[in-house]
Design a protein around this ligand. Structure first.
Ligand SMILES: Nc1ncnc2c1ncn2[C@@H]1O[C@H](COP(=O)(O)OP(=O)(O)OP(=O)(O)O)[C@@H](O)[C@H]1O
Ligand SMILES: [Mg+2]
Length: 469
């Protein structure tokens, strides 16, 4: 993998080149903006490391051209101009990292390695199989902001608070921070504070001594101690009871824990990542979440946007899940671009989790390898049915209008898709009525048996499957 180094200071360039080569990169070097643009036009580079003041111009001001030539290439900016202005200009460009001179050469080399890893994690457009171990899919602008935040916390132990609606990928982000960060060789321990009965939380987190309470038949090592040297992921932190919040705060402040029923305090070295889908601020106002704990956790907030705010990611995510489903033994499928676009127009109130579950169901039910809008539309109708209870259409006309608003079929496809959406529930009901007997269903509907069979196949309705429902 090749890194492009734009640096006019010969001695610095030599040192950086050596450090990058030690990380396994090959380095192409130049000292001007013009030369940089020429090299970028000629070949692909895994990353760009650039000085600001160059022989023929400003390395930051001209970065727009770099972005056009190679939108996904991470850019690392070096500068002797240690002003806030340079730092701000550098981060405005979306640069991966900014290094004021003098800087630690090894740290620079490590940063380049991480930047390349993070860029690979995003993967090229339509990539179905992200690099193993780097599980986050999606290259939309909001996700780029998330990736940037992730890269900022990899080389330190700052506490991270991951926020976002249910199903947006908070746990995945926590895992990614651990896997990519400097604690990756240590344990990753996750605790779901909402899933543990209130009276057991302290024992779960801090452990207990034998006999500490009824039922404590043996010493138990808590999650804090288990995570020693690694990362402790405190999930659903907004659901933690008050008393446990107080103990947690104490542990975070002191870096020490005391087992329930124990005497001595034990020093622990853990990186904390917390997550919640709750809005903590009103909870603080209402007195159900400790304000001081909030400030302790909210050192680096990472906000995961809901899927409806990054619809660009939906096709890549859908294909990723189809690929995953196949690896887990479900039939192989391909999604047409139209079908992917149709998925992108759904509300996905359950975010990525809902999309993932839907794709798995699709992988199971779709008969053809190729999934187009005709296969997809009726399944989507089923999937979203029942979500809008309360504002149910009163007649078929209203239902059609509501369906059109929700699905917005692509021009030229409206009739076919509407017909499919209409036929599907009709056929399913008819088959239910007749216990899956196609001959009787056709008679009930008053259509030819072969027509029914053909339409069932077009709509990917499996009468055998229906008998089981
Ligand atoms: N960017 C992504 N790329 C690939 N898979 C993702 C992405 N985001 C989420 N997922 C998948 O979606 C599912 C839900 O994600 P996750 O469990 O991390 O959500 P969450 O935000 O923790 O939700 P909750 O608040 O309900 O706990 C998981 O199967 C996860 O692997
Ligand atoms: Mg979660």
């Amino acid at each position: 993998m090749s890194v492009l180094l734009v640096e006019d200071d010969e001695s610095i360039a030599i040192v950086i080149t050596a450090a990058l080569e030690a990380e396994g990169f090959s380095v192409t070097r130049c000292d001007s903006v013009a030369e940089r643009d020429r090299l970028l036009a000629q070949g692909r580079f895994a990353a760009l490391v650039t000085d600001v003041i160059l022989t023929d111009g400003d390395g930051i001001e001209t970065l727009g051209r770099v972005r056009d030539a190679a939108p996904d290439m991470p850019v690392i900016i070096l500068s002797a101009q240690n002003t806030l202005d340079t730092a701000v200009r550098a981060s405005d460009t979306g640069a991966f990292e900014y290094f004021p001179k003098p800087f630690d050469i090894d740290e620079l080399a490590r940063t380049v390695r991480q930047a390349v890893g993070a860029a690979k994690a995003r993967g090229p457009e339509g990539d179905e199989a992200p690099v193993a171990g780097l599980p986050l899919v999606g290259r939309s602008a909001p996700m780029q902001a998330v990736y940037r935040m992730i890269t900022r916390v990899l080389r330190n132990d700052l506490t991270v608070l991951v926020l976002g609606e249910s199903g947006t990928g908070k746990e995945l982000v926590a895992e990614a921070i651990h896997q990519l960060g400097h604690r990756k060789d240590g344990p990753f321990v996750a605790v779901n504070t909402a899933a543990i009965p209130a009276e057991l939380i302290e024992s779960e987190l801090f452990g207990h001594e034998k006999g500490a309470f009824t039922g404590a038949v043996a010493r138990h090592i808590g999650k804090f101690e288990q995570a020693n040297g690694g990362t402790l992921f405190l999930d659903e932190i907004g659901d933690m009871p008050m008393q446990a919040q107080t103990r947690l705060l104490r542990a975070l402040q002191s870096g020490r824990v005391r087992r329930v029923g124990g005497r001595e305090e034990i020093a622990v070295d853990v990186r904390i990542i917390a997550a919640t889908n709750r809005d903590l601020e009103p909870m603080i106002a209402a007195g159900t979440f400790r304000e001081d704990l909030y400030y302790r956790l909210n050192v680096v907030p990472i906000l995961l946007p809901p899927l409806r705010e990054r619809t660009d990611d939906i096709p890549a995510l859908a294909r990723h899940f189809l690929h995953q489903a196949m690896q887990e033994g479900l039939p192989r499928h391909q999604l047409t671009d139209d079908a992917a676009a149709l998925l992108g127009r759904q509300p996905w109130r359950g975010n990525v989790r809902e999309l993932r579950n839907f794709i798995y169901r699709l992988a199971l039910l779709a008969r053809e390898e190729r999934i187009d809008t005709a296969t997809l539309a009726p399944l989507l109708t089923q999937a979203t049915r029942g979500e809008d209870e309360g504002e149910r259409p009163r007649n078929l006309g209203e239902a059609v209008v509501a369906w059109l608003e929700q699905h917005r079929p692509a021009p030229g496809r409206v009739y076919d898709e509407a017909l499919a959406a209409f036929e599907r529930p009709l056929f399913i009901e008819a088959l239910r009525e007749t216990g899956g007997n196609q001959l009787r269903a056709a008679q009930l509907l008053g259509i030819n048996r072969n027509t029914l069979r053909k339409r069932l196949s077009d709509l990917a309705i499996d009468p055998v499957e229906l008998q089981r429902i």
